[in-house]
Design a protein around this ligand. Sequence first.
Ligand code: ARG
Ligand code: ZN
Ligand code: CA
Length: 240
Amino acid sequence: DLDTITIPIVVHVIYSKTEENICNQQILSQVEVLNQDFSKTNKDIDQIPQEFKNSASDINIRFSLDSIIRVSSTRTEWGTGDSMKFSSNGGSDGIDPTKHLNIWVCNIGNGILGYAQFPGDAIATDGIVISPQFFGTEGFISPPFDKGRTATHEVGHWLNLRHIWGDGNCAVDDFVEDTPSSDGPNFGCPDYPTIRCESNNMTMNYMDYVDDNCMYMFTNGQKNRMRATFANGGPRESFL
Ligand code: ARG
Ligand code: ZN
Ligand code: CA
């Protein structure tokens, strides 16, 4: 299926400090990064090493900003237990998650940049959560996670991608054949080549843990896995 898929985004901004009430421009800067990264038009693709150039993929997914919801709260940290996804907790209810990607922007705390729900789980909590300072490329942002790649990574999970090391040793798979086997996350900005599991590691993949400006590709195999969620009977079929 080569058709472009367009995903409407609802952003829930839940804030206790003024700076966490991020401006519309910061939100738009994030949507732009998603559109670049999922269409292989990101400015840093020329950094992909020769051996991985043919694996780099245009996912052919677009994102459109549907609406922004702002909620003021006295809660300063939300953790990863999904309480921000319910107005009954002082958060904000997801808007028709079978047709919108809901993104909650709130202070998760504990140094956590973001987290995602995999497809096929509870509808009410479907979506991704990102701390405001790691969302978008301008405004209230914090390097080295200030290039909008946390959302790219989390949308990868939301579309069924695992971390490239499969969250295990060299024998544990990420169910993608063109991401080389790995046995753990890479951090910072690794040198190329970085050898793990006896091959050159794809440290620049969005599904690793490197800094934002050191991740710049999805693979063809990841594209197939993500787009399979939209197929007949797939968990994201309702978006088509
Ligand atoms: N730790 C988070 C997760 O596993 C996000 C990592 C994002 N990395 C980045 N460079 N922005 O979902
Ligand atoms: Zn992750
Ligand atoms: Ca693999």
